[in-house]
Design a protein around this ligand. Structure first.
Ligand code: PEP
Ligand code: MG
Length: 562
């Protein structure tokens, strides 16, 4: 995706979660009520009435949300119904009653009860933690009702606007009118927050975690939002802004109209595959333009499994993923346990530095059975696929030629097509020595970038280093591609880099022949590839490889297109 705002003065930066450019005045959501303090205790004989006051307010909020759910459809209706469920939740209401019974006023009792559930959700972490926004939203609506003030949420405006918010609750975004709210920007939230999920579904440009400086932008100021770059620009010429919006709309139309299979404008084929974590994701990916699965992260199904699943159990699971793709290619990655993906039965405990520890294929050095049983399961499930179905298996975190040889040997014993991820810099540097043992390789740009730049891929402070456009990373990719060509070993890419349409052209120019990414990113990549010839891709690769910084690389590559 060309970043529309790359040459403009960016006022606020956040995390872009839905690409697209919009230009309109900013409006803030209606404020949330101030949280009440304890106040005077409620007399014992008035507590029943106090709880009735709460019930009436909560029922009124639930009723309003339920009416909106009835008028919505699909996901919006589901989200609103889920919020109604929270307002009616018996556990939450019981906690409010308990608080009121101790003499708390209804407003204060609601705050305490909600805090209790927020703490529980936060302790559970992950997706549960992100649901705390919904809980707080329910709390605020009920408090506003109790106080007789306006319900927090969407402001009423009648012209296209960009909606600013601290965070948006599902109930705000569920039935959002995208003719009015043409982009969303939140101070909080993450890429999997409700705002992001809904914005993705609605296709409305969206930026989250834009905390610093958003409040300084005056209401009604026209702003330009670039959802790909996560950039908000306040000083921009109206004509320039309108031109950028038009280009973005044209690009979106091209993506919507794009039909696979992917190829460059002169017919050079590039396989576009999906990254999946489980059978459900595989079935969803099968409804997109994905030609198969380029990375099946098997460990993701076992994050909360305490003991090793049997070969039969594993084979059943893998078989469900295969079933989603008929006889198309599915690349299974063996367990990538450890570091940010701890698996109880496979992860080494108490490591000083797990990212550099016993993770990926290394777990099998002292526990070969763990790997061979998984390979047995893959072979069993693959044996049940239609004749001619393509099943490949690759090992994560391979660092030496000996590891590649050993893994390939285990695969050969089971007639499996063997590959390795190139995600440790040593593997890229030794690609010449590693390739002869393998049938294919797949470059994991997420870890390759992390280890090349010695920068934690989860650190927001180091995002400028954990960028696959870093020339050091690009050169290792190029080195791998050249070794692949010499040994006639196919080279794919399955890290996030494969989802970046511009970088996808660079990778194609280097000789990468398959790109695997989140299924919903594939059309954007395919549409971009369709606009360039292989020769242009090669020129883009040369421009990227000659760059001395990530920004330089992006600029130089964009310039080839202009
Ligand atoms: C990678 O490292 O690029 C990769 C695709 O694997 P994961 O993100 O699962 O580590
Ligand atoms: Mg990896």
């Amino acid at each position: 995706m060309n970043n529309a705002t790359s040459s403009l003065n960016v006022a606020v930066k956040g995390t872009g979660v839905v690409p697209g450019v919009a230009f309109a005045p900013a409006v803030w959501v209606r404020p949330r009520p101030a949280l009440p303090d304890a106040g005077a205790p409620v007399a014992e004989d008035a507590r029943e009435a106090e709880f009735a006051r709460f019930t009436e307010a909560a029922d009124a909020v639930a009723q309003r949300l339920a009416e909106r759910a009835e008028n919505a459809d699909g996901h919006a209706a589901e989200v609103l119904t889920a919020t109604v469920g929270m307002v009616r939740d018996r556990g939450w209401r019981k906690t409010v009653r308990k608080n009121v019974n101790t003499g708390q006023r209804a407003e204060y009792a609601v705050v305490g009860a909600t805090d209790k559930f927020v703490t529980m959700f936060e302790a559970a972490g992950g997706l549960m933690a992100e649901r705390t926004t919904d809980l707080k939203d329910v709390r605020d609506r009920v408090i506003a009702q109790l106080q007789g003030t306006e319900e927090p949420g969407l402001p009423s405006v009648d012209r296209p606007s960009i909606l600013f918010a601290d965070d948006l609750a599902p109930a705000d975004t569920a039935d959002l009118n995208t003719d009015i709210f043409v982009a969303l920007v939140t101070e909080l939230g993450g890429p999997t927050s409700h705002t992001a999920i809904i914005a993705r579904q609605l296709g409305v440009p969206c930026i989250v975690a834009a905390g610093n400086g958003l409040r300084d932008i005056p209401a009604d100021r026209p702003v330009l939002v670039d959802g790909a770059a996560g950039a908000i620009v306040t000083e921009v010429d109206e004509n320039v802004a309108n031109e950028l919006v038009k280009e973005s709309q044209e690009r979106a139309a091209r993506i919507a109209a794009w039909q696979g299979p992917a190829q460059t404008s002169d017919g050079h084929r590039v396989q576009l595959l999906a990254n999946v974590a489980d059978p459900k994701a595989a079935r969803a990916a099968a409804t997109t333009q994905a030609e198969g699965v380029g990375l099946y992260r098997t460990e993701m199904s076992y994050l909360s499994t305490s003991s090793e699943p049997s070969v039969e159990e594993q084979a059943k699971l893998y078989g469900e993923v295969f079933a989603a793709f008929g006889d198309s290619k599915v690349v299974v990655r063996t367990l990538d346990a450890g570091s940010d993906k701890p698996i109880a039965y496979a992860t080494f405990e108490d490591e000083e530095n797990p990212a550099l520890g016993v993770r990926g294929v290394r777990i099998a050095r002292d526990n070969e059975g763990l790997l061979t049983r998984q390979l047995d399961a893959v072979a069993q499930a693959a044996g049940e696929r239609a004749e001619g179905a393509t099943t490949w298996v690759m090992a994560p975190m391979v660092a030496t030629a000996d590891e590649a040889k050993w893994f390939a040997g285990l695969c050969a014993e089971r007639s499996l097509t063997a590959g390795a991820m190139i995600e440790v810099p040593a593997a890229a540097l030794l690609a010449e020595e590693i390739m002869p043992h393998l049938d294919f390789v797949s470059i994991g740009t997420n870890d390759l970038t992390q280890y090349t730049m010695a920068a934690d891929r989860l650190s927001p402070q180091l995002a400028y280093l954990t960028d696959p456009w870093q020339p050091a990373v690009l050169r290792l990719i190029d080195m791998t591609c050249r070794a692949g060509q010499r040994h006639e070993v196919p080279v794919g890419v399955c890290g996030e880099a494969a989802a970046d349409p511009l970088l996808a052209c660079v990778l194609t120019g280097m000789g990468v022949n398959s790109l695997s990414a989140a299924a919903n990113a594939l059309a954007g990549v395919g549409a971009q590839l369709a606009e360039v010839s292989l020769e242009t891709c090669r020129a883009m690769a040369q421009a990227a490889l000659a760059a001395t910084s990530a920004e330089d690389a992006r600029r130089a590559v964009s310039a080839v297109l202009d």
